[in-house]
Design a protein around this ligand. Structure first.
Ligand code: ZN
Length: 236
């Protein structure tokens, strides 16, 4: 409940950090957590999600071809990605006469983005933060001067090194057999589960407090089984 309360009014990147602080041992420094790459962050969130809600993830999607709404279930293990290359602090890329040194985006980069800005602006801001050195024919240039094909090559290398940051689910429609992929954002997925759980719990507290006059702290301290038993007595 505390995590939900701390995170509910925060932007997404901050919510992730609130959750990570729970997932990791207390001696982990907040600044170190914020410096995890997005894939490392999402791997921690997936592990925490599994610990709290179990190994199965359930969701709904609608078929882009026929509009059929389907429910899907996947196991956390199926979307746990392993990097094909060992992620290092910095990466180097040579493309035609361009040479770039860059690092993977982290939570600090995400919090620096403007949620109201368009994707292009935020992509550019992320690039400016993550590109450490850029050269054309040996002469230093700014990240803005990199051509789109070099930017695309950087994005591809980032995905290879940090695959957990971009999880795609392969879905198939049972009605029209259409196959497609949807991105799964573990942060928003997990948060919507926490949100639903918190709202349900608040509702239960409201019902029991109204019926018995018990304090919130006492109701929350009960085991879920005992709380459920009282709820059934109040609302048979
Ligand atoms: Zn379909």
């Amino acid at each position: 409940m505390t995590v939900w309360e701390q995170g509910v009014s925060q932007p997404w990147a901050q919510r992730a950090l609130v959750l990570l602080a729970v997932a990791c041992a207390e001696d982990e420094k907040a600044d170190r957590l914020a410096q995890l790459s997005i894939g490392q962050r999402d791997a921690c969130l997936l592990a925490l999600r599994e610990k709290i809600f179990g190994p199965q993830l359930a969701g709904v999607a609608s078929c882009p071809a026929c509009g059929e709404v389907l429910e899907f279930g996947i196991k956390a293990a199926e979307i746990r990605a392993t990097p094909t290359v060992v992620p290092t602090e910095t990466m180097d890329l040579s493309h035609t006469d361009y040479e770039v040194r860059f690092r993977l985006p982290n939570s600090l980069d995400m919090t620096s983005l403007d949620p109201k800005a368009d994707n292009r602006t935020n992509r550019q801001r992320l690039l400016t933060r993550c590109v450490l050195v850029a050269r054309r024919a040996g002469a230093e240039i700014t990240p803005d001067e990199l051509p789109p094909e070099v930017v695309a090559a950087i994005a591809e290398r980032m995905t290879e090194a940090d695959p957990q940051a971009e999880v795609q689910l392969a879905l198939a429609c049972p009605k029209c057999a259409h196959h497609w992929q949807v991105p799964l954002d573990i942060l928003s997925f997990f948060w919507s589960e926490i949100n639903a759980w918190a709202i349900r719990l608040l509702h239960d507290v409201h019902v029991l407090a109204s019926a018995y006059g018990w304090r919130e702290a006492d109701i929350l301290a009960m085991s879920p089984k005992r709380r459920q038993a009282y709820l059934e007595l109040v609302q048979p």
